[in-house]
Design a protein around this ligand. Sequence first.
Ligand SMILES: [Zn+2]
Length: 375
Amino acid sequence: MRIVSLFFLFLFFSIVISAQNKTENIVIVTLDGMRWQEVFKGADSFILKNKNYTHDYENTSGLFWSDDLNERRKKLFPFLWNVVAKQGQLYGNRTFNNNLNNANPYQFSYPGYNELLTGYPDTLVNSNEKINNPNENVLEFINQQKDYQNKVAVFATWDVFPFILNKNRSHLFINADVDSLHFNTPSLQLLNDMQFLTAKPIGVRPDVFTYFAAREYWKVYQPKVLYIAFDETDDMAHGGDYDQYLKSAHAQDRMIEDLWNLIQSSASYKNKTTLIITCDHGRGDVDKNNWTDHGSEIKESGQIWMAVLGPDTPAFGEMKIEQQLYQKQIASTIASLLGFSFNTNHPVGNSIASVFNSDTDKTKVASNNRITSEK
Ligand SMILES: [Zn+2]
């Protein structure tokens, strides 16, 4: 008897949960090593004025500087601040103790992407080498669900993604660096030629090719889950090139806006698609010269951020409540948005309820939902 009533209770809540979700499609975009400091505060005046890092101060400050914080961050990330901040949610502004962190201790790329996509900050995943990831990720989990088989696609600039997502095991469609685009469409064939002939300032194809490959693929093949992994921001930062770090960040924001406009103009995606934008790790800031670097020795570099926009996500805007979230929670949040529970053979962080639950801290968020004025 007790088991029977528990079953009906379970059934009831399952129906309630799935009834809440309008999300049928997910788009994830990552900006490698993009600092929360620029996301929430715009270009940094110290780094901008330092000739070691900013080579064309006049041009770069002309593009991205304003004395007003709100204007400054809008110049750098117009889509995040004109659209997501009004219609979605932005996590990770530590000015309000709204904290999002790596749970893994390493604070570099592969361990970060592993934590993001598997929900498991596995301490054995501790190098950027091309080693197949033993942990199941949420994309391959979704790819096994009804209606999602062969409807998950990944486009990455960095050539380690086929290993992070264990292409051999997961059978996900993954196109990374100059992996050939074997598609019989003129635009994808053109992109294929271009990616082989382009200069590669960061050693792998420029992010714009990754974006266009994803975009043209999306138009023709209509994946239900699309992951785009950009890379340039991290490389430019390691190279100490603040001009190009900002320009790459800005270009990525514009590409995300372009994709969102396409999604919202498609009858099969409009108001059925959730967009999640985040990063793998942060970078240093306490010592401003550490902006170029990250890792376990640079302790601020586990500080990350996330933006969410979609039909199930209450428009809380910039989150200004004190909270501590972790990157390991994002994988199950993605599954929950689609009405799935991400259970696998390793631990997974809990999903972030405020992403899809309008009751979460509503009053606290609403009373704090003013434009910031600090510089
Ligand atoms: Zn990285």
